[in-house]
Design a protein around this ligand. Structure first.
Ligand SMILES: Cc1cc2nc3c(=O)[nH]c(=O)nc-3n(C[C@H](O)[C@H](O)[C@H](O)COP(=O)(O)OP(=O)(O)OC[C@H]3O[C@@H](n4cnc5c(N)ncnc54)[C@H](O)[C@@H]3O)c2cc1C
Length: 342
């Protein structure tokens, strides 16, 4: 008899888990509320652990072929001078934007596995499945079932605008000003990715004219930033409010598990959210295949919960450091020391 899983959410975590389980003989349905895969989204840095998780479902080589390899980066000041150079000792990261990553994951699945336009309001109708996996992102509904109560992510008073500009770059740099960061990185398809993060009051509205807001806020920064502001694609701009998850006591309850942002949404400052989501998918898949449903779910929770919760804390510390209001000289010194120790 085959084992079956219902996965709520056809994002990075849901599609990766579906690949793993189907490759090991499971029957899987993925319920995705959107009508199709997205065609916009920011660049994601895939670290070696994430690439290993992608290899475990046969998608690693495709991601390496599409993405661009990155080992070095820099943190700069508003005037363009360097605060710190970062040479990764953890191996080469591959930068890939969300749409081709999702396409690659979806291409590994048989037709009909992903049921688009299928928002799940309650898991009560999914009782026939052996396992239910909540891969439904930062505002997860499945989380209420696992936590036994509603647990909302915390909004940190930080927003990010992300998008792309036509043309290539080999720059990988973040520029840190007071309460603001501007990031530039290469992207597949002859484009350059950028993001702008900024502190704001928690009840602030989304900027009505993001392009004008960006030019007035960052227009006096160094030449590489001004160059992006002069040529970005205004239609590509997406706004995110940055949130993080409080610690959950468990990522599992009964036959239900949470993965990815539903379990451990973190600020993007360590560039690890999607990577950890992929590691969740491979770990949960392997645990279920090797240990069955009950043993596998417990093994997954033991292997992943504490580690990912530590990263949520680490990403928050980095977020505070990067968006400091005062003592930026001290901040820059601490960062240089941290980079040297790392
Ligand atoms: C600005 C920014 C930059 C980032 N940069 C990086 C980076 O460089 N590196 C990195 O590793 N991570 C990065 N991240 C984090 C990364 O994007 C997330 O951690 C990752 O997307 C989480 O994947 P997921 O599958 O858990 O959730 P998601 O990707 O959010 O997918 C959830 C899916 O569930 C669907 N869904 C939700 N509710 C329902 C429902 N009720 N019924 C059916 N479907 C539903 C949604 O439509 C969506 O498709 C960044 C995030 C942000 C905001």
């Amino acid at each position: 008899m085959t084992t079956s899983a219902a996965i709520i959410g056809g994002g990075i975590g849901g599609l990766a888990t579906a690949n793993y389980l189907i490759q090991h003989g499971w029957t899987v349905d993925v319920f995705e509320r959107a009508a199709a895969l997205p065609d916009t989204g920011t660049a994601l840095g895939m670290w070696p652990e994430a690439l290993a998780a992608l290899d475990s479902i046969g998608a690693g080589d495709a991601v390496r072929a599409i993405g661009s390899q990155q080992r070095r980066g820099a943190i700069r000041r508003v005037d363009g001078s360097t605060i710190a150079n970062i040479n990764s000792h953890r191996g080469t990261a591959v930068l890939i934007s969300r749409p081709p990553l999702l396409r690659t994951l979806a291409e590994g699945l048989p037709d009909g596995v992903v049921k688009f336009s299928s928002p799940i309001a309650t898991i009560d109708d999914l009782a026939g499945y052996d396992v239910i996996i909540g891969a439904d992102g930062v505002n997860s509904r499945v989380r209420t079932v696992v936590a036994g109560q509603q647990v909302d992510p915390e909004y940190l008073g930080v927003s990010a605008l992300v998008g792309w500009a036509p043309g290539e770059t080999d720059t990988v740099a973040e520029t840190w000003g007071e309460q603001r960061i501007f990031g530039i990185s290469p992207r597949d398809g002859n484009r350059t990715n950028w993001f702008a993060a900024y502190r704001e009051p928690v009840d602030a509205d989304i900027p009505a004219h993001p392009a004008a807001f960006l030019r007035s806020t960052f227009g006096h920064w160094h030449a590489d930033v001004r160059d992006i502001l002069a040529r970005f694609d205004e239609e590509s701009i997406i706004h995110y409010r940055i949130k993080q998850m409080p610690k959950l006591d468990s990522y599992i309850r009964g036959n239900v598990a949470l993965i990815g942002d539903a379990a451990h949404a973190m600020t993007p400052n360590l560039g690890r959210g999607a990577c950890e989501t992929l590691v969740d998918a491979a770990t949960l898949g392997a645990a279920l295949v090797e240990h069955g449903v009950e043993g596998g779910l417990h093994k997954y929770d033991r292997k992943r919960r504490k580690h990912t919760q530590r990263l949520v804390t680490g990403a928050r510390i980095m977020n505070r450091l990067a968006l400091s209001t005062r003592y930026t000289g001290l901040r820059d010194g601490l960062l240089r020391a941290a980079v040297q120790i790392a």
